[in-house]
Design a protein around this ligand. Structure first.
Ligand SMILES: NC(=O)C1=CN([C@@H]2O[C@H](COP(=O)(O)OP(=O)(O)OC[C@H]3O[C@@H](n4cnc5c(N)ncnc54)[C@H](O)[C@@H]3O)[C@@H](O)[C@H]2O)C=CC1
Ligand SMILES: O=C(O)[C@@H]1CCC=N1
Length: 334
C-alpha cells in the first residue's frame, strides 16, 4: 500500500470536518492518516471514513505529503519538533489550522526549509459550507498553495489573504463567526417562544429566515442595507424592531469581534512564550546532560580545557563503581 498523502495531526472537530469533505470529494481513505493520542477518537474516524489511524508519534512522510496541524494551538510547541525531521526530508508542505500561531513561529519550530501555510476554516465545513481564509508567504510556490487549497476547497469556499496580520480579523469574523450566528438563532427562537410560538415552530422560522436572508445577501449582489430597506415599511413592524436592534447591535458586533482579535493575539503571545520556554528547557537539559556526562566520566581535573571553564574529568565514571577502568574507555581529553 502507498503512503498516505494527507496526514492530520489531531482527530478533533476540524480534522473530522475536513476528512468528511475529502472523502465526499473522492479522496481514498488510505490516502489519509490521522495521528492522535486518543485511540477512541482516531479509531472512530477510521471506522467512519476508512482513514488510517496512527499513534501521535511522528513518522516519515511521503515526498508529496501535506501534514495538516489540527490539534490545539497551545500544544504546537511540544508536538511539532518531532515532525521536523520528517518534513525536512521531503518536499511536502505543512498546513496549520492553529488559531493565532504565526508563520514566523511555525518556521521557528519546523526550520526554514519546510513550506509553511496557515488557514482558518470554520465549522460549517462539516456540511461542505465552510469559509476558509488561507495565508502563505512569498517563499511558498503556486503548486504548494494549490495543494493546500485543494484540501480546504473540499469543505467550502476559500479566500487567500495577502497580509498575515489580517488572519486575526478573519479568525474573529469567520472562524468564530458561526458561534455568533448560532447565538443569534437561539435568541430569535427564544423571543418567538416568548411570544407564544411552539418551540419547534420558532426554531424552523428562525433557521429558515437566517438561511434565506444569508442566501439573499449572497445572491442578490446588493449591499445588505439596500436589501434591508426592501423589508422595512415606513412606520411598520420592521422599523419598530430595527430601532431596538440599533440601540446596541453594531456596537456589540464591534466589541465582540475586537474581543476575539485581542484574545487571538494574547493566545499567540502565550503560545510564542510557551514555545520559547520549551526551547530554552531543551537547551538547558542538553547542557545539563552534557555537564553530568562530563562529571560522571571522571574526577575533576583543573587542567586547562578547550571546552571552556568546565573542569574536565580524567577518570571514567564507572571507575567509581567498579574501582577499575574499562578496557575500551577513551577519556574525553585523550
Ligand atoms: N473549532 C473551530 O471552530 C475551529 C478550530 N480551528 C483550529 O483547529 C485546531 C483544532 O481545533 P478543534 O478541532 O476544534 O479541536 P479539538 O479539541 O476538537 O481537537 C484537538 C485534537 O488534538 C488531538 N491531540 C491532542 N494532543 C495531540 C498530540 N500530541 N498529537 C496529535 N494530536 C493531538 C486530540 O486528540 C484532539 O482530537 C485548533 O488549532 C483550532 O485553533 C480553526 C478554525 C475553527
Ligand atoms: O475559539 C477558538 O479559539 C477557535 C478558533 C476559531 C474558532 N474556534
Amino acid at each position: 500500500m502507498s503512503e498516505p498523502r494527507i496526514i492530520f495531526i489531531g482527530a478533533g472537530n476540524m480534522a473530522r470536518a475536513i476528512i468528511a469533505g475529502l472523502r465526499r470529494r473522492g479522496i481514498a481513505g488510505g490516502d489519509i492518516a490521522v495521528h492522535a493520542p486518543h485511540l477512541e477518537r482516531r479509531e472512530a474516524l477510521a471506522r467512519e471514513f476508512g482513514v488510517i489511524s496512527r499513534a501521535a508519534e511522528a513518522v516519515p512522510v511521503a515526498a508529496d505529503a501535506t501534514v495538516v496541524y489540527a490539534a490545539k494551538p497551545k500544544q504546537i510547541g511540544t508536538i511539532l519538533p518531532s515532525w521536523r525531521a520528517a518534513l525536512e526530508a521531503g518536499p511536502g508542505i505543512f498546513l496549520s489550522l492553529a488559531a493565532g500561531v504565526t508563520s514566523a513561529s511555525l518556521k521557528r519550530l519546523l526550520g526554514p526549509k519546510v513550506p509553511v501555510l496557515r488557514c482558518m476554516p470554520n465549522t460549517p465545513a462539516q456540511i461542505g459550507a465552510g469559509m476558509t481564509t488561507l495565508y502563505a508567504d512569498a517563499s511558498v510556490t503556486a503548486e504548494q498553495r494549490a495543494a493546500a487549497e485543494a484540501i480546504l476547497a473540499a469543505v467550502g469556499r476559500c479566500l487567500w489573504l495577502e497580509d498575515e496580520g489580517l488572519m486575526d480579523a478573519a479568525t474573529a469574523l469567520a472562524g468564530s463567526g458561526p458561534a455568533y450566528v448560532l447565538l443569534f438563532l437561539e435568541a430569535l427562537e427564544d423571543a418567538g417562544v416568548f411570544q407564544g410560538l411552539p418551540r419547534a415552530t420558532a426554531r424552523i422560522l428562525a433557521q429558515e429566515t437566517v438561511l434565506g436572508a444569508a442566501r439573499l445577501a449572497k445572491e442578490a449582489q446588493m449591499a445588505p442595507s439596500n436589501l434591508r430597506h426592501q423589508v422595512t415599511s415606513p412606520a411598520g413592524t420592521t422599523a419598530a424592531a430595527l430601532a431596538v436592534w440599533e440601540e446596541g447591535l453594531r456596537a456589540l458586533a464591534q466589541r465582540a469581534v475586537q474581543a476575539a482579535v485581542d484574545r487571538g493575539r494574547a493566545l499567540a503571545q502565550m503560545t510564542e512564550e510557551h514555545n520559547q520556554w520549551i526551547s530554552n528547557l531543551s537547551v538547558s537539559i542538553a547542557q545539563l546532560t552534557s555537564l553530568i556526562l562530563t562529571l560522571l566520566s571522571g574526577p575533576l581535573s583543573s587542567a586547562p580545557s578547550s571546552r571552556g571553564r568546565i573542569p574536565i574529568p580524567t577518570t571514567p565514571w564507572y571507575a567509581y563503581w567498579t574501582g577499575s577502568r574499562h578496557p575500551s574507555y577513551t577519556p574525553f581529553n585523550g
